[in-house]
Design a protein around this ligand. Structure first.
Ligand SMILES: *Cc1c(COP(=O)(O)O)cnc(C)c1O
Length: 234
């Protein structure tokens, strides 16, 4: 990239324009799709730079790294989303320091997050991560186990179940991208038909956000297209 597009605000505007084009192509309401800036491996100064361009919602994968940035940026009004795999020993920090967790995929983790959510805060906003690619090594609940997990998570008072999140196996093939996202949307629609008040489909990243928006994404999680390539292995 060159010129204005390579500045933080230029990259933000370029991603916003990609989202706007996909929203228009899908015939959807522009207000229905939000951008979550995925800032893992980038420091507080970089996050602050994008915040200065108007970006408010940031996604982080590593608890300790996120807490350090939150401390530096405590005077900036930002909304923090946890999007990485959740280990049991990290649930308390997530419950105390984030507004959202997108990657809930086990009841034990959901119960800990709920119990550890401080009483003075609104419920932690959560998505259940679903594994549409069927890869055993990847995070996410299987489609078969999703209904039971959703039923249990919806009952936890410290959490508000907002919807589903997915990270399909990367592919450059837009048709394949859409097939995977459509499976997530179908699960979402099925849960809504059963009476769950869900409004969030967290899907789509730098390489496939258009396909995700065409299939109904309401939050796209974008890192590389906003911040450039990550140098750390993450
Ligand atoms: C890193 C990450 C992203 C962003 O990926 P890019 O391809 O850099 O846009 C989105 N979601 C999750 C869960 C991630 O870990």
């Amino acid at each position: 990239m060159a010129g204005a597009a390579a500045t933080p605000c230029g990259r933000l505007h370029a991603v916003q324009a990609r989202i706007a084009r996909a929203v228009a192509e899908a015939g959807r309401d522009p207000a229905a799709v939000r951008l979550l800036a995925v800032s893992k491996t980038f420091g507080a100064a970089v996050v602050g730079g994008l915040a200065a361009c108007g970006q408010r919602e940031f996604g982080e994968n590593y608890v300790q790294e996120a807490l350090e940035k939150q401390a530096v940026l405590r005077d900036v009004s930002l909304v923090w989303h946890f999007i990485g795999p959740i280990q049991s020993n990290k649930t308390r920090a997530i419950a105390e320091h984030f507004s959202w967790a997108h990657s809930v995929d086990r009841l034990k983790i959901a119960e800990r997050l709920s119990a550890q959510r401080p009483a003075g805060l609104p419920p932690l906003q959560v998505c259940i991560e679903v594994n549409v690619s069927g890869e055993a090594s990847k995070g996410g609940v299987s489609l078969a186990e999703l209904p039971a997990l959703a039923e249990a998570v919806a009952k936890l008072s410290g959490l508000q179940l907002r919807g589903l999140m997915a990270i399909p196996a990367p592919t450059p093939d837009v048709v394949e991208q859409r097939v995977a996202f459509r499976q997530v949307r179908e699960q979402f629609d099925a849960l809504r038909a059963r009476g769950y008040a869900l409004d969030t489909l967290s899907m789509g990243m730098s390489g496939d956000l258009e396909a995700a928006i065409l299939e109904g994404a309401t939050i796209v999680r974008v890192g590389t297209a906003l911040f450039g390539e990550r140098t750390k292995n993450a």
